[in-house]
Design a protein around this ligand. Structure first.
Ligand code: AMP
Length: 286
């Protein structure tokens, strides 16, 4: 049996909840999302629960991380269904602010980023994206003052950007990562998968297949440049247009040519028709 999860829309209400739970000696976990929740998001709530007695999920489609022409206005908004899913894992509170609550008139501050935010990956194709993400996440972390916050490895560059930002700005919330949940055929779950036509949905798992195959071959000692070239060919043959498919240092996102230069992450973004998919996998340690 699941109970309704209380939904609040203001920072003040969320802070009142946090204050009360803290006074009761409980730890608070935060899971920021843009809604249109799927099992991947729900797994992050479950991960947060392993570290905190109370879990707040936030649902906010953040306008500042979308560039003009991206899918901000058509991004799926499904708050009632999201709350039902969050009830199944007994989330304790949903914070669903309006745009004016997050960006009242006169708002004029943005976080400026370097390091993993300037890796020539997502940032090359979405140059204003991470400033919007980092600013809204900084706000959410300050608003909630949670003990821990959980982000998905699905958005791997974003995870590194947020970790770096929280460290550099001395935000006391501990940033934790949750693994990527996938459909049975390997496609990483994403709120944007609903945009895929039936034909493109059938092609989509080729992206993860190519990344997983490349990771295995690099782990087995094959030359990175050669393996990545073949991965790109496989992805193009499956009908994708590639933005990037790269093997990088897993902690800094620096370019990497040889296996021993560090832990490796393979990251990709590619388009099927108008839908852009991103994914990444770890190269297993030798
Ligand atoms: P979004 O609502 O897409 O901004 O995602 C909210 C959070 O869920 C982010 O930390 C994402 O990295 C994470 N996330 C998205 N898709 C998945 C997935 N398939 N598995 C695990 N976490 C995910």
């Amino acid at each position: 049996m699941s109970f309704d999860v209380p939904v609040v829309h203001t920072v003040e209400e969320m802070r009142a909840f946090v204050r009360a739970r803290r006074q009761a000696g409980e730890r608070i976990g935060l899971v920021p999302t843009m809604g249109a929740l799927h099992a991947g998001h729900i797994s992050l709530v479950e991960e947060a629960r392993r570290h905190a007695e109370r879990v707040i999920a936030t649902v906010f489609v953040n306008p500042t991380q979308f560039a003009p022409g991206e899918d901000f206005s058509r991004y799926p908004r499904t708050l009632a269904a999201d709350c039902e899913k969050l009830a199944t894992v007994a989330a304790d509170l949903v914070f669903a602010p309006a745009v004016e609550e997050m960006y009242p008139s006169g708002f004029c501050t943005t976080v400026t980023l370097e390091g993993p935010a300037k890796a020539d990956l997502e940032d090359h194709f979405r140059p204003t994206h991470f400033a919007g993400v980092a600013t809204v996440v900084a706000k959410l972390l300050n608003q909630a003052q949670a003990d821990i916050a959980v982000f998905g490895e699905k958005d791997y560059q974003q995870l590194l950007v947020i970790r770096t930002m929280a460290r550099d700005l001395d935000i006391p919330t501990q940033i934790l990562a949750g693994p990527t949940l996938r459909d049975r055929d390997g496609l990483a779950m994403s709120s944007r998968n609903v945009y895929l036509s039936a034909e493109d949905r059938a092609r989509a798992p080729a992206l993860h297949r190519a990344l997983a195959d490349a990771a295995r071959r690099i782990a087995e000692g094959e030359v990175i440049g050669h393996v990545m070239g073949e991965a790109r060919e496989a992805i193009v043959s499956a009908g994708f247009e590639i933005d990037y498919v790269e093997a990088r240092h897993a902690e800094t996102l620096a370019r990497i040519a040889r296996r021993h230069e560090g832990p490796i992450r393979i990251l990709a973004a590619a388009r099927l028709g108008a839908t852009r998919l991103i994914d990444n996998v770890a190269v297993p340690a030798a």
